[in-house]
Design a protein around this ligand. Structure first.
Ligand SMILES: [Zn+2]
Length: 292
């Protein structure tokens, strides 16, 4: 499975390949342009985070990991090697759908080893001004997100129960977005050099420049997609209820760090979720080597 594109922020061309991996590997990025240097997709490797989530290890960067990692969580894909030959993942259409399609085209294989979950045991809340994010104990994986942007987005809320296999239909296709009036300032900061009207929803004061939207509330759905991708850096599927209010990558990864620092807040469990609606075939899954 391969794809080619440009990085949203760097504008750099990049080839990306997803390879199967044995149980227990997790998600590992490999820079083929740097002698195969590997960076594990775990909280310890999170680098500076502003407009996108980056991983860093020994000075080597991998940027904008959130859409691919979100797709992997949404599909129940636990173990894979992701090869790329530049520093930023391709933005493709701005959503997680191209990654979902790539993985589904190759197929998923169930592995013998039971999946380990990270189950939230105690509530944990992180606040920064009017930004808020929290994790609470729950029986499945649910996310609630509230945003409040200037018009024409305004206030939107979205809630999803991910244990019900709703990711592909309700979240995967939601695209990233940006305000046209902020574009020059962002370019001056070295950001969005790969942005086009094909990979970002462009918002003007009087509405969306490059419609139509894929969902009427596509903006808040994309924030949920991003949050799921950032929480993937916990290294395990989550059992808990996540609530976010006006948060962003910095708040998402702050929650990851807070959880990883304090092991009294969660436990590892391989108990299968008590949820008949979960697709068993995806519960313990990896890519089949023969089809990759
Ligand atoms: Zn995003």
């Amino acid at each position: 499975m391969e794809c080619h594109g440009v990085g949203l922020h760097s504008g750099a061309p990049v080839n990306l390949r997803i390879l199967p991996a044995p149980a227990g590997t997790g998600i590992v990025f490999r820079r083929t342009d740097l002698d195969g240097f590997e960076i594990e997709a775990i909280g310890r490797n999170v680098a500076r985070v502003s407009y996108a989530t980056s991983l860093q290890k020994k000075g080597v960067l991998i940027s904008t990991t959130e859409h691919l990692l979100s797709a992997f969580i949404g599909l129940g894909l636990d173990n894979a090697i992701v090869e790329l030959d530049n520093l930023e993942l391709p933005i493709l259409d701005g959503s997680a759908k191209p990654f979902v399609d790539m993985v589904l085209a190759a197929g998923l294989r169930q592995q013998r080893r039971r999946r380990t979950y990270l189950r939230i045991l105690k509530e944990v809340e992180v606040r920064d001004g009017n930004k808020f994010i929290a994790a609470y104990p729950a029986s499945g994986y649910a996310v609630v997100y509230n945003i409040n942007f200037p018009q024409p987005i305004g206030a939107q809320s979205f809630e999803i129960d991910l244990s019900r296999d709703l990711y592909r239909k309700e979240l995967a296709a939601a695209r990233t977005f940006g305000f046209l009036r902020e574009a020059d300032a962002m370019r001056n900061m070295g950001l969005i050099r790969g942005a086009t009207e094909e990979n970002v929803i462009v918002i003007q004061d009087d509405g969306v420049k490059n419609g139509p939207l894929r969902y009427s509330d596509e903006f808040v759905r994309h924030k949920v997609l991003d949050l799921i991708g950032d929480l993937a850096l916990l290294g395990k599927q989550v059992i808990g209820r996540i609530v976010a209010d006006r948060a962003g990558h910095a708040m998402h990864t702050a929650l990851v760090s807070r959880l990883l620092r304090d092991h009294s807040l969660w436990e590892e469990t391989s108990d299968v979720l008590d949820d008949a609606e979960e697709e068993p075939a995806l519960r313990l899954a990896r890519l089949t080597p023969s089809e990759a």
